[in-house]
Design a protein around this ligand. Structure first.
Ligand code: PAF
Length: 282
């Protein structure tokens, strides 16, 4: 696996791939890789001649500085995992490489994400999606991939990046890959590394709450299901940002079981650690 720290070197290498008409698949990450990330790499390897992964803990998408400072870093292990998975290229840029104009200057760009920015993750993490767009915009302009691989665990982020690609007119296709779960149902996440042993046990309450919604959606009032889930999560020690049952297409809340495609979404804190998850309901 070839590793680049500078965009210029990476671009030169990618230009050679383009000359050879090699299709490029791209998996952007913030490191602390787990099997979920590897499933994106595998999917990209299957469908592209060349797979590029990036690891960059993006400061502009953290609305909470403590979360940024405590974000797990496991770079040596990440490189080992990527190499073993057969990834062709790793982009490992510095903050200056991604934001050469400086962070405050970069943050002057505004992406018109419409209501997506004001609901769910957007509401509870102000500025988060603008930061995601900033970094993904920059990365996509450097890598210019044919296919971009994203995890369904970040459901709203997938919608935001789709919107970003529409706004910028880039010619990248998004491939959304299913959430990978631990044996007890906990969605794989880099943040799981920060859970204590007892928090880790209680964390499965999210999966149970989502399953409860799924199992009872056809016969119950969504408002009742949501408040029952909040109680279940609180009993397991969570402080809940939201439990929402929404239209899978536009994330607007659903009020009856009539909707065709529905997704339930949860964000909640266990101590200082914020976990998110979602489940397709029908
Ligand atoms: O999902 C993530 O890990 C990040 O939000 C992303 C897409 C790599 C942008 O920093």
């Amino acid at each position: 696996m070839i590793i680049f720290k500078k965009a210029e070197g990476l671009r030169k290498w990618l230009d050679l791939q383009v000359e050879k008409r090699n299709e490029i698949g791209f998996v952007p990450t913030m490191g602390a890789l787990h099997k979920g990330h590897l499933s994106l790499i595998e999917k990209s390897l299957e469908n592209n001649k060349v797979t590029v992964c990036s690891i960059f803990i993006n400061p502009t998408q953290f609305n909470d500085q403590k979360d940024f400072q405590n974000y797990p870093v496991t770079i040596e292990q990440d490189i080992y995992m990527l190499q073993k998975a057969g990834c062709d290229c790793l982009f490992l840029p510095s903050i200056e490489e991604i934001y050469p104009q400086g962070i405050s200057e970069a943050k002057k760009i505004h992406y018109d994400l419409g209501f997506l920015e004001d609901i769910l993750e957007g509401k509870f993490r102000p500025g988060h999606f603008q930061g995601v767009c900033l970094v993904v915009d920059r990365l996509l302009r450097i890598v210019e991939p044919g296919n971009l691989y994203l995890g369904q665990k970040d459901y709203q982020q997938c919608m935001v990046i789709k919107k970003l690609i529409e706004l910028t007119g880039m010619k990248t296709s998004i491939v959304i890959c299913p959430t990978l779960r631990e044996r007890d149902g906990l969605a794989m996440s880099s943040r799981n590394l920060r859970l204590t042993e007892s928090q880790r046990k209680n964390a499965t309450a999210i999966f149970r709450a989502l399953n409860d919604i799924k199992d009872n959606f056809e016969t119950s009032d969504p408002a009742e299901l949501k408040s029952r889930s909040v109680s279940q999560l609180e009993s397991a020690g969570f402080s809940v940002d939201y439990v929402e049952i929404a239209d899978a297409e536009n994330l607007l809340p659903v009020t009856s079981a009539d909707n065709k495609q529905v997704v339930a979404l949860v964000a909640a804190f266990l101590g200082e650690i914020r976990l998110i998850d979602n489940m397709q309901i029908n």
